[in-house]
Design a protein around this ligand. Structure first.
Ligand SMILES: Cc1cc2nc3c(=O)[nH]c(=O)nc-3n(C[C@H](O)[C@H](O)[C@H](O)COP(=O)(O)OP(=O)(O)OC[C@H]3O[C@@H](n4cnc5c(N)ncnc54)[C@H](O)[C@@H]3O)c2cc1C
Length: 355
């Protein structure tokens, strides 16, 4: 099964979802304003004892309720309703959760993520916490999507894949220690495997498409090496391809696959590699070790992090591995001394960030 899920496909499902959403939130009018037309104000009329229009206007203005969109995520857990599930492969699916109101805007600062929580037993401690970085563009109204890979006997993913439309799951917002700001780095390299693409998409989309303060020009260059099992396992390829096409000067996109289903065709495509990440791939695609003001961000499964950065095997799986609480990856990962292909090429610990 092909798993290219393009932006267009996501837009289409968005429309489908909205029908469901409107039905769930009928006629939620959130505008409250005072009408001055009901106030008699003409001098000499029966109502002339009333204050002048301008006085009413000022009272009206001072009482005007401006409806600031409520915080749709906070540091406290809140329930969100599952609106739709879109299978992508046999073990990966997109889960669409509804924001409290259809006009609420999804907004997460890069780099931050959501933490999901559900209670799986009767004891107070039987609560499972797991991180998921949404793939939704900021300012999207009414919903957010997470793409999740199912794990064999995984606590959270077994629960998620068993949820029904209309069920609720708790989420809260958690900020990473690393923040993206325009021109903070000249060049950001990114290497991710499988569902590890999610924090990279957040940064890439924010850097390329988010409106900037007047007078600011973001010149940050981004290079993304996306690693997958085969070309049919590449998630959101259509979306990444489009961003690379739309922003050719700032965003360079590369793929490597462990094995190509159609090797001849794969090799014909630009910026594609075969096999695990090599020194040559990093030389070709990432900011060089001596590049000032650069960083390489990593996110992926154990074997990729071990191979690329020398992270001890099982660090990622040990981060949850059936435990209720999952520590933040940066807390564990970034304490480990750099190794692997990156260390062999002369990169230093402080040039690498592991999500
Ligand atoms: C910052 C961050 C962002 C993330 N974003 C995403 C994302 O967008 N999408 C995504 O899919 N994932 C993401 N993850 C990974 C995600 O948080 C979970 O780790 C993943 O979904 C597995 O959770 P689980 O509860 O289903 O599996 P777990 O219960 O944690 O199990 C994980 C593995 O350990 C094995 N295991 C279970 N119990 C035991 C045991 N007792 N002893 C040994 N092994 C055991 C299971 O078989 C399974 O293979 C992210 C992780 C981080 C840190």
């Amino acid at each position: 099964m092909k798993v290219f899920l393009s932006g267009a496909a996501l837009g289409f499902t968005g429309k489908l979802l909205y029908r469901g959403y409107d039905a769930a939130h009928p006629d939620e009018s959130s505008s409250l304003s005072f009408s001055s037309s009901s106030v008699s104000s003409s001098p000499g009329s029966e109502g002339s004892w009333l204050p002048s229009v301008s006085c009413y206007k000022s009272i009206e203005n001072s009482l005007q309720f401006t409806f600031k969109p409520a915080e749709v995520f906070s540091a406290r857990f809140q329930p969100y309703t599952l609106g739709e599930v879109i299978p992508i492969t046999h073990d990966v699916a997109l889960f669409r959760f509804l924001l409290p109101n259809p006009n609420d805007e999804f907004n997460l600062k890069p780099c931050s993520t959501l933490q999901a929580c559900y209670k799986h037993g009767v004891q107070a401690m039987d609560q499972c916490y797991r991180f998921y970085t949404p793939v939704t563009a900021n300012h999207t109204k009414g919903y957010f999507d997470i793409i999740v890979k199912r794990k064999n006997s995984g606590l959270m993913t077994t629960h998620l894949f068993g949820m029904h439309i209309g069920d609720k799951l708790l989420f809260r917002n958690v900020a990473f220690k690393i923040q993206y700001r325009p021109n903070k780095w000249e060049h950001i390299g990114m290497i991710a495997g499988g569902t590890g693409f999610t924090p990279m998409l957040q940064i890439i989309r924010h850097a390329l498409t988010e409106p900037l303060e007047p007078g600011t020009v973001d010149k940050t260059r981004l290079s993304f090496l996306y690693c997958n099992r085969t070309e049919n396992h590449i998630l959101l390829k259509g979306l990444f391809d489009r961003l690379a096409k739309d922003y050719p000067k700032r965003f360079k996109l590369f793929f490597t696959v462990d094995r190509a289903v159609n090797e001849k065709e794969w090799k014909k495509q630009p910026n594609t590699y075969l096999g695990y990440v090599t020194e040559q791939m990093i030389k070709d695609t990432m900011p060089a070790p001596n590049t000032k003001n650069s960083v390489i961000m990593l996110c992926g499964p154990d074997h990729l992090l071990h191979h690329v950065a020398g992270t001890p095997m099982h660090t990622m799986s040990a981060m949850s591995g059936g435990l209720n609480i999952q520590p933040g990856a940066p807390d564990l990962n970034n304490l480990v001394q750099l190794g692997g292909v990156l260390a062999a090429l002369g990169y230093q610990d402080e040039q690498i960030y592991r999500f």
